[in-house]
Design a protein around this ligand. Structure first.
Ligand code: MG
Length: 382
């Protein structure tokens, strides 16, 4: 079964009062639209981002900066319906299920997406919904009166459909609709409700943005890591993914890149996901001579699958020699690339130990790392 995700990010953001598309605005250092893509990426075989044609370059630059790949960029239309229709037309054949996601909903969890996929596969059409909690009043003829909230739901995204069904709904109903499920209903096909998530906010007004920031600020985790490797002749010296000319190199199973090992341990530690030895065991021949930069990128993937996003990294390398300053810009580039972080969020520093210990005697190079990680799936109102 193939799943295609469509993230609609072609809105103008007028309601938010921003002079640019609200989904391009940063939320904890990442553009808003990126969160929905990151949540869908592991569960979608094909991922489409719908943008306004005049903003395409801006979206492409941000995708590149954050190292996130979509399979297709499709131009949006005048109205939301036109944007979804463009994506349905452009998507490749062979997708059984299509998910339509609002680019302004950053907090969808993997569990929620799975619920929608499963129900859409079984029933044809499914939307996540939460029961209305507040008492409702309706204004009419200058007065207001309480309305029963019994049986009323707030509908969220992603909305999921068997692809053929959604395509037919768009073909047979050219009129505007507030959502895709509404069009499918007009075919006489029922729409299944699956439990939504109160955190799955839609960012519409400026106060929603503030709330989203607060939600994420409460979900920051701190991690630290440390590593040390022995310096020996006959090995390459690789630090921060940079090959450094030196008569000695670090001894180890992989490329023995101690700074990146400390960094991976810090990332895993922040998420309580064990350590580097558990995920990339020495006993596994696959990791013999492995590039630690590649393992760092894999670590980012492990975090993503658990709903965690690296937020910043600060590394200290302890080495008596060689002088590392010339190589630090490239190390930062490498790390930012592997983690999908903007460069200003990656810091690498180097120090000697004044000849005082094993590092000072040039018997070893050590590194320590501190990171913060955002727990997106874990964001909580409580
Ligand atoms: Mg190590």
């Amino acid at each position: 079964m193939k799943v295609c995700g469509i993230v609609v990010a072609a809105g103008a953001g007028k309601r938010l009062g921003a002079d640019q598309n609200k989904v391009l605005l940063p939320l904890m250092g990442r553009p808003l639209f990126l969160y929905a893509l990151m949540a869908l990426r592991p569960l979608c075989h094909h991922l489409i981002l719908v943008t306004r044609a005049d903003e395409r370059a801006a979206f492409e630059a941000l995708l590149q900066e954050h190292r996130l790949q979509v399979d297709q960029l499709v131009p949006g239309g005048r109205e939301r319906r036109d944007s979804v229709e463009n994506a349905l037309t452009a998507m490749p054949a062979g997708c059984d299920i299509v998910l339509v996601q609002d680019g302004a909903r950053p907090f969808l969890s993997q569990d929620l997406v799975r619920r929608v996929i499963d129900a859409a596969r079984a029933d044809g059409a499914a939307v996540p919904a939460i029961p209305v909690r507040d008492t409702l009043r309706k204004a009419e003829n200058g007065a207001t009166a309480t309305v029963s909230r019994e049986g009323l739901y707030q509908v969220q995204t992603p909305q999921g459909f068997q692809t053929a069904l959604l395509k037919r709904a768009y073909r047979e109903h050219p009129e505007a609709a507030t959502d895709d499920a509404g069009l499918v209903e007009r075919l006489g096909h029922p729409v299944t409700l699956v439990p939504g998530d109160a955190r799955n906010l839609k960012i519409t007004h400026p106060e929603d943005f503030t709330m989203a920031q607060q939600l994420l600020a409460g979900s920051l985790r701190l991690g630290t890591g440390y590593d040390i490797h022995r310096l020996v002749p006959g090995r390459h010296l690789v630090l921060g993914g940079v090959l450094i000319p030196h008569p000695l190199g670090l001894l180890g199973h992989s490329d023995a890149d101690a700074p990146l090992h400390a960094l991976m341990d810090a990332l895993l530690g922040a998420c309580a996901l064990g350590d580097i030895g558990q995920h990339f065991p020495d006993s596994d021949l696959k990791y013999k001579g492995a590039s630690s930069l590649q393992l760092l990128a894999e670590t980012r993937g492990i975090l993503a699958r658990h709903g965690f996003l690296p937020q910043q990294a600060d590394l200290t390398i302890l080495a008596q020699r060689p002088r590392l300053a010339p190589y630090i810009p490239q190390m930062r580039q490498n790390i930012a690339g592997a983690l999908g972080l903007p460069l200003p969020r990656v810091s690498v520093k180097a120090t000697t130990t004044e000849g005082l210990d094993a590092v000072g005697r040039e018997e070893a190079i050590a590194a320590q790392a501190a990171v913060t990680v955002l727990a997106v799936d874990d964001a909580s109102f409580e």
